[in-house]
Design a protein around this ligand. Sequence first.
Ligand SMILES: [Zn+2]
Length: 283
Amino acid sequence: MRPDMDRPGAVLNGLSVDVEDWFQVGAFERVIDRGDWDTLPSRVEANTDAVLALFAESGAKATFFTLGWVAHRFPALVRRIADAGHEVASHGWDHARVHTMTAAAFRADLARARAALEDASGQRVTGYRAPSFSIDARTPWAHAVLAEAGYAYSSSVAPVRHDHYGWREAPRYAFRPLADAALVELPVTVAEIAGRRLATGGGFFRLLPAALTDFAVRQVNAEGQPAMFYFHPWEIDPGQPRVRHAPLRSRLRHYSRLGAMAGKLRGLVARHRWGRVDAVVGL
Ligand SMILES: [Zn+2]
């Protein structure tokens, strides 16, 4: 049964995948040297192909926020994403968080990633997601840089308090961060329970009951607003190499319930109406 999917007029929600390899996640950035990335066994191509196959089962379309680094090494993968009818968007060049960069460095990072993504996909890239949702109160210039570079939307804000990221004071729903530009920011969806905001995507979806994400999607849709969901290709890969010298909390978060993720995703995709983020923001 797909009650929401078949209901005419049901809100279209954003389905998104942050395309990066198992060794590029923020939680491991202190223990894995960027200089070693080329020597580590890459699994991003096989894992993303598995995500494409999973979406093909239901015909769901999504946005793949992809690192320029990945597009440069695996251009055929980016082309397969585009050829399957999905949107290719930017996740920056090499997962450097926006608040670690100057505005000029951010501009250069965006341009380098976009060139690789557009070359590989043959499509224009108009969407952006900051690595680790790193557009927050520390980066008041970031949305202006995106607008100047011609981006139509960003999904780079987590309006929640979290130990690695978050901007609790940010709006919960889509907003225009600049008075003089059409750029839309579509924050990742949080549930609101008794005045508290709870994160729902990525590792939270993997580790917590799917019912919490279902609750958040319905809560947001009841306000007439689209939900914004995300996960990573490595989250459906129980066979990935284990990073043994990472902090225990990072390892618990990263490796728990990887085997159950694909089945959980199938259920979530079936229970709500999903689409590409450019379609959700009305492009
Ligand atoms: Zn990421």
